[in-house]
Write a protein that binds this ligand. Structure first.
Ligand code: G2I
Length: 452
């Protein structure tokens, strides 16, 4: 028996459309109905479990999962320079404010990302001609404005992002070229002045294991500490490739911790060559677990943030041709083995009893003026069913008018659909789908489905 949650409303997007083609909305529950959300498991261990989020999507199923499963959120792009200060001195805070408001409403921390970066800078900055003094003022003003705006509401800032090349030399950027390496110390100092309560981090990728780049970062942090520059933590982004978690991850976390700074895994994802297969998803789960295990093992590792929690919202396919499926939830918001691996590493259950490895996804496949076609897909992975019943409550007066591949009845707002004579068996690794037509008016929200 599983409780399948959602609240995704299609109504506004769909009204007036005659055909939706493959437009789907669906939702499923955590790995097991009895499992605690990741954030509860993490909190019990004193750890962060966070996700990058896109403020435009923080409603419906996406918002439900973001609020339920994570105790920290990082705006994926909304706090970047080009987003907040598209013209000099003119600020667009709305998307970033949305993330902060969402976090406040859900009792979450916010990780601010990011203040000083070579990328995603607005044209006026990137293409401007600056003397060092001017550039320094521009940077100080930006940091002071942004950190000051969110003073007291940001737990940690990725102050400086991606300062190094792979060989450990400093990256050539508007900052290092214009200001020399001291831009890092100055940025940290200005951020501290603007919000003394926020933890200040340097964040980078390919610094998860012990290597030339992470050693350069290590040496920088050591020297900043020696100089009394405010630096509280190191962010290891952890954009990883399937099966390639560095074996020295925990050792690397520990060596930073031993410098007297916190360490956070800030952008975890594990990409694979598509299509995903059961074997790849199993490997991916092991990779997620290895990262969380390493963090759990080091007390100064504050936790893990994933860079998007659903495959429908990941940067990977846009950048790595043929790669994807990098996050803990699939594109239909079904938790993947990686989700259960994170839960397991945080002390939650990882195995599913027979039948409990089955999920149901409700979708609206077509909608017109007053009618719609819906479907429910029941999929088993790690479980199986010999008969099934899917039930839900329509929240906006919808009525089932016809069904196929299931026997559906509706009483008031309650719908129950049981298997037909020929599709009660759902073996492990397979799925069945049934469909229905219905009527709607006003809105047609996707209901919560319970499978038994
Ligand atoms: O590239 C992955 C991450 C690496 N570490 C720093 C992170 O800030 C970075 O995040 C990604 C975002 O997830 C992407 O969403 O940063 C990318 C930019 O380097 C973001 O992509 C950009 C697209 O390339 C633009 O076309 C788009 O206008 O997002 C922009 C805003 O949606």
């Amino acid at each position: 028996m599983r409780s399948l949650r959602s609240g995704f409303s299609l109504a506004s997007a769909l009204t007036g459309l005659a055909t939706l083609g493959a437009l789907l909305a669906g939702a499923t529950a955590p790995a097991r109905a009895a499992d605690a959300p990741l954030r509860d498991l993490a909190a019990a261990k004193g750890k962060i479990i966070g996700s990058a989020v896109n403020p435009a999507k923080l409603t419906g199923t996406y918002g439900d999962i973001a609020g339920r499963e994570f105790n920290s959120v990082t705006p994926d792009n909304a706090m970047k320079w080009e987003s907040v200060e598209p013209s000099r001195g003119t600020f667009n805070w709305a998307p970033a404010d949305q993330v902060v408001a969402f976090a406040t409403a859900h009792g979450q921390q916010v990780r601010g990302h990011t203040l000083v970066w070579h990328s995603q800078n607005p044209g006026w900055l990137a293409n401007g001609t600056w003397t060092p003094a001017q550039l320094s003022t521009v940077l100080q003003d930006h940091i002071t404005a942004e950190v000051g705006r969110y003073k007291g509401r940001i737990a940690a800032w990725d102050v400086v992002n991606e300062a190094f090349n792979e060989d450990g030399t400093y990256r050539s950027s508007i900052w290092s070229n214009g200001l020399g390496q001291d831009y890092i110390a100055n940025a940290l100092t200005w951020a501290r002045a603007a919000d003394p309560g926020a933890k200040l981090y340097i964040n980078d990728y390919n610094v998860e294991g012990v290597n030339a780049k992470s050693t350069a970062l290590y040496n920088l942090v050591r020297s900043l500490k020696e100089r009394g520059v405010p630096i509280d933590g190191v962010g290891l982004q952890a954009h990883l490739i399937l099966g390639q978690v560095p074996s020295s991850l925990q050792q690397n976390i520990q060596r930073f911790a031993d410098l007297g700074v916190d360490v956070a895994i800030t952008e975890l994802d594990v990409r694979m060559q598509l299509p995903s297969t059961a074997a790849k998803l199993t490997q991916q789960a092991a990779d997620y677990k290895a990262v969380m295990d390493a963090c759990v093992a080091v007390s100064r590792c504050t936790g893990v943030t994933v860079w998007g929690f659903t495959d429908s919202d990941s940067w990977v396919p846009d950048v790595f041709d043929g790669y994807g499926a990098a996050t803990p939830y699939d594109e239909s918001f079904t938790p993947k083995p990686a989700y259960r691996a994170l839960a397991g590493s945080l002390g939650g259950g990882t195995t599913e009893p027979p039948g409990d490895g089955c999920t149901a996804v409700y979708s609206v496949v077509n909608q017109w003026n007053s009618g719609f076609t819906g479907q429910v897909r029941i999929s088993c992975s790690g479980g199986a069913l010999s008969s099934w019943r899917a039930g839900w409550t329509f929240g906006a007066g919808q009525r089932i008018t016809q069904s196929w591949n299931a026997n559906c009845t509706q009483s008031g707002t309650a719908v129950t659909c049981s298997n037909a004579s020929y599709n009660g068996t759902v073996p492990d690794g397979s799925s069945v789908t049934f469909g229905f037509n219905g009527s709607w008016s006003g809105s047609n929200p996707v209901p919560v489905v319970t499978l038994s």
